[in-house]
Design a protein around this ligand. Sequence first.
Ligand code: NAD
Length: 454
Amino acid sequence: MSASPAEVVRRLRDGFGSGRTKPLAWRREQLRALRALLTERETELATALQADLGKGPVESHASELGFVVNEVDHALRHLERWTRPERAWVPRSLVPARARTVWEPLGVVLVISPWNYPVMLALAPVVGALAAGNCVVLKPSELAPATSAALARLLPRYLDDAAFTVVEGGVEETTALLEQRFDHIFYTGNGHVGRIIMRAAAEHVTPVTLELGGKSPAIVESGVDLAATARRLAWGKFFNAGQSCTAPDYVLAVGDGTADELERHLADAIRAMYGDDPSRSPDYGRIVNERHFDRLTALLEGGRVVAGGEHDRAKRYIAPTVLGDVEPDAPVMAEEIFGPILPVLRVPDLDAALAFINERDKPLALYAFTADPATKRRVLAETSSGAVGFGLPNAHLTVPELPFGGVGESGMGAYHGRRSFETFSHAKAVLDKPLSPDTMRVVYPPFTALKERL
Ligand code: NAD
């Protein structure tokens, strides 16, 4: 019989209490072990990703395993510097004294991950948690069952059993886990469950990171190379069959004629990337399950089909699809699409595009394709989003020293690179003042010196 959530957490608390996770040598060893797993078991993990999401080996390598290997390497390279105490300036009234910030691990942390990048979104936070010297409970998504099983089978063979555990399961198992007290909960997924996580965390005053989603817009202005723009958009949207949290959700085509020309180029870009029949492309993924397939095919009604539109439930296949003439109140504009459907909306000018975005929830990412530096300045100054990408979707998350996270409805907190380390650490303030000379005499009651100065 498997251990209860209480037993799992107790075991890891004992592990943390033993102090084993604190030395840098242990952290490096765990990170190297994680790296070894990702390289030695690439085939097993890629097979699981193929089974769950029809991911081809190139996508799996680039956006799942390779991504985590890069995070590991970055952490190994910088760990020494990240963990170094930071000196702080001491005000004159306290001199002589020394002040510094020291980074301490939080303890036992819980990582709850989703199905769309089921290796990357499970293990990238784990890199930060281990680098910061924590014990980790990882709860992978039950909606990517082959990957969840592979992680549960393989990770214990590589990582320190006293400090790391995988708990598989769905709502019931996660609910039981959330009753335990953790020192941090790192959740990636939708905002509805994000609220459940936050409520459970509040019981124990546990801090949370919520990596959520939403509709990430792409503004396209006339005057840019629309063929190149279409290629960038098609790549960012149809990677992983549109099931990426940062994928451009919809396009706001600004000005007369921009939409018509962009739509033509999008159709060409799709053909160039996936062929005349994308269902036969080894590089095009599948929808995770029937529920999401049905949800997505219902959204196809929302506009004129410019490209794609074909679908096959038995194969969970939906062609890369572009919808034109989409109205703002169409169902496809009501929720995050999270699939291979790209609506193109027409707006008369940049003012209208910015107003459209600002009337809605703050997105995880906002993209703009423009040749005008003034547009870039306005986008940055007049909108709020987790990230902004000019000329390229998604790729900001591959820059390790950029914080990756949302704002407002798209989440709270951030990670990647140093931010992951900080997310899973407590920044402890330390003030160290010698007892002699006792310069504090002036502030002791009856405040004689201070009163004289008043
Ligand atoms: P999901 O269904 O796999 O759920 C995520 C996790 O929540 C799973 O581990 C699941 O077991 C758990 N869960 C589900 N219901 C729960 C409940 N009632 N109580 C406790 N735990 C529960 O994934 P999803 O939510 O469909 O993921 C898609 C969403 O995630 C999209 O909105 C997407 O934009 C967002 N997302 C965000 C990021 C990011 O980094 N910001 C990355 C990927 C996905």
